[in-house]
Design a protein. Structure first.
Length: 103
């Protein structure tokens, strides 16, 4: 997810999964990819995905909040979901293999 288009697709998909109407604008910044999530009558959410020496860091903030930094996409998704749809309960994602289904 090193391009602005990939981050845009990811964030639009997250908004759709949370059933949130939003406009997502992405760009390439000095440190990585950046995005702004604009929702009608709501605070804009700013997201950046920066490549650091130790790995990828997601930063999330609003106009009124400090940056929250996450070393994984899971933490970033949880933080974004709390900002985009605070009334929805937190969910969990489970990954499973279908290897056992082959006979």
């Amino acid at each position: 997810m090193d391009t602005a288009a990939e981050l845009n697709r990811f964030l639009r998909g997250l908004c759709a999964a949370l059933d949130v109407e939003a406009e997502v604008v992405t760009s390439l910044g000095a440190l990585g990819t950046e995005a702004a999530i604009h929702r009608p009558d709501q605070k804009t959410i700013f997201v950046s995905r920066e490549r650091m020496d130790f790995g990828i860091v997601w930063s999330i903030s609003t106009e009124a909040s400090q940056k929250r930094r996450h070393p994984s996409a899971q933490g970033a998704i949880r933080s974004l979901a709390a900002l985009l749809a605070p009334s929805k309960p937190a969910g969990r994602v489970l990954f499973a293999s279908d290897r056992g289904l082959e006979a």
